[in-house]
Design a protein around this ligand. Sequence first.
Ligand code: COS
Length: 384
Amino acid sequence: MAFALTEEQVMIQTMARDFAREVLLPTAAERDCTHEFPRENLLQMGELGFIGMMVPEQYGGAGADTVSYALALSEIAYGCASTAVVVSVHNSICCEAVMRFGSAEQKQHWLPRMTTGECIGAFALTEPNAGSDPSSQRTTAVQDGDDWVINGTKQFITTGQNAGVVIVTAVNDKSKRHRGISAFLVPQGTPGMVVARLEEKLGLKASDTAQLVFEDCRVPKANILGKPGEGFKVAMTCLDGGRIGIAAQSVGVATACLDEAMEFTKTREQFGRAISDFQGIRWKMADMAVQIEAARLLCLNAASLKDLGKRYSTEASMAKLFASEMVQQVAGQAIQMHGGYGFSTEYRAERHYRDARVFTIYEGTSEIQRTVISNNLLGPPQVR
Ligand code: COS
């Protein structure tokens, strides 16, 4: 790959690749069946520096840059997409939110815990009736003495059941619309925060997706993240980084699809030769490789802009849009090349196809990415 990586970035990528292929990959199919949360693997990744990867070393993190993070996350997704989404939400959204918007005390308290793998973060923005339009959320936060009291329902929350801390957004002043939304740190076990249901899903089965209900859930005043009314900004800022994470995840799963399709077609013989010798397969394989490389470069481009401290919202959405749509095609082609075996759980292709399906939906649908990109190009649409 021509994108110039530093020695350190290559080293981190290699470490992640070794871990993903030796530890995550051999057990991913089992987790897909048992739906078991990858707790042990997260602890091991904490030791290796992949949890809280971009958290500064003073708080126990690896202090890595976003390019290294994207490279590592692709490798993790290659091994196990369920584990990758847990790592992605934790690193790109939750740790980032505390790093960027946390008070000195919040950073001191939460970040060291969030780098070991013991305390994984969840981000509760979406509601049953507020997905693409989070400013229409209805969860409320009312100040009462020294506490905030949260009431409402959050939907499709990754790691909602297993998180050590949930960052929850809620409306504290309805008249101000998105400027009346705040974000709160709610530790696991806080009375009034209840896992009301767990989703049965098409894929990513080892990552729990929960509905969280807040019933007079009290958190101290000190648990507000940023200033009152800054919650929407917290969400939008961190989602930009989250979208780099989903692009990286897409690249990882697509690379796994390509490798498995190559391995299968080289050994599968029909009409007296390996099917990888037929031009129909070879050209498809070439197209898959080109699409993956393009997605990888878009992803690393957005990551490096973030590292340079430049604006990267448009590029993060471009990377997320392209990479998540790309993996739909690549995973479908990988199944096609496996023929009937691709439809069977005997091969990994069908799991990749199921796992990847949500990539064009979560952390902003493809339609929302197009909205972000076109708004940044043209300005918001004018209602005449
Ligand atoms: N970074 C920081 N702030 C941002 C931002 C970004 N990338 N994008 C928007 N904002 C700010 C704007 O600056 C504006 O703030 P001010 O009014 O204080 O200036 C505010 O957010 C509202 O912006 P806008 O009017 O563009 O917001 P909209 O309600 O129209 O929504 C979209 C914009 C659709 C892009 C946004 O709602 C979105 O991303 N939706 C998808 C949500 C999503 O991804 N959900 C999945 C959650 S999985 S955790």
